[in-house]
Design a protein around this ligand. Sequence first.
Ligand code: EPZ
Length: 430
Amino acid sequence: MDKILIRGNGALNGTIPISGAKNAALPLMIASLLTSEPLVLENLPRLADVEALKSILSNHGVDYQVKGKRAGDDGMSGRVVEFQATEIVDTLAPYDLVRKMRASFWVIGPLLARAGEAKVSLPGGCAIGTRPIDLFLDSLAALGTELDIDAGYVNARAPAGGLRGGHYTFPKVSVGATHVMLMAASLANGETVIENAAREPEVVDLATCLNKMGADISGAGTPTITIKGVTSLHGATHRVLPDRIETGTFAACVAMTGGDVFLKNAQASLLQEALDVLEKTGVEVESGNDGIHIRRTGGDLQPVDFSTDPFPGFPTDLQAQYMALLTRANGTSHVTETIFENRFMHVQELARLGADISIDGQTATVRGVKRLSGAPVMATDLRASMSLVIAGLVADGVTEVNRVYHLDRGFELLEEKLSAVGADIERVSD
Ligand code: EPZ
């Protein structure tokens, strides 16, 4: 099994290109199930989750073809891939495939809308909480879907004549359930209104792409989304938006080590709250049209308190990375996690590196320390693994991050990108 070795090595300087967003790419790929025509996605990142979803989708009848190596001029990322589901050949999403990635459960929306039925295994995914599916079931029921759960599978059936437009207010914001409603309601009969919808940029990206495919969606990015159902969707070409979590992660790396790095293609509006928190630690953030400069040229990091929240709040997917940063602040910070009930799994691993963190319920108290020291560590999820890399960048000696497959799910060319700005990081195989 691969591991990553990092030796604390001083400031980072140079340019890091930001890839297409994993969490936008996944629902966009799933949207290809909604039409028999080709959906061309540009700037698709090369990630284990993208590869896994390709094989899940091919099980339902989606063919894919790489059309070009890159769409950008950064030389590192951005494949163009065409997805086409001429026919839905199977409406079963089996346990073996769905357990590996929670997002694959989302095929339930387009399968129901286009084929009228779906049998989808209950999902797996990162171990960060119980992650129930009640909101998916309730919102799909509002479109007339009949649902039951049996032997680990959700059986879903649209009414005769297809899904019906409906009204649904989410009792809690859910990114995934909002994606599924957008896809299902696009092909329903009549109008659907969803309230308390997720406002994440990835939801807006999916709605934009669906509209290019002929859907009639308005209000994406606000809490109320209106979807007027259409009878069919057609092909389209869409560029995946830049990854705000990758952006915030590399920003935290530079904040940790000091230096001056330009995050090319990054868009500040996608993570303003996280950038504001970074500025409060004393880091300079300068955003422009084609990217964001992150600079720290001296002085201690200042402690800061933050709480995760649905967009436009501080993203839960950056909580672990920013906590790693605050382990070296000059004072005590408080980090509150409000989205997932079990997303502090990185704390005990950060402690192995010398961090001083205690947890009380949903809040972690992070007392800044002067020094971290390298050790073997491993994490249980993608973003938590990255928090260990960030700590390793300033730790004395060697930090050995195990279970690298977590990182490969969501960070494209991680070692290459960090080495290019001066980090001492390498992947080794046992
Ligand atoms: C998406 O997960 C992201 N995944 C997650 O990123 C991200 O952490 C999360 O949104 C929140 O921003 C992808 O986009 C592929 P939710 P999702 O439904 O859609 C509860 C990463 O590291 N809930 O918005 O699964 C749920 O338990 C991943 O890239 C219910 O109670 O998240 C959580 O507490 C990890 N019932 C809250 O809602 C439901 O039916 C928000 O979850 C569904 C969700």
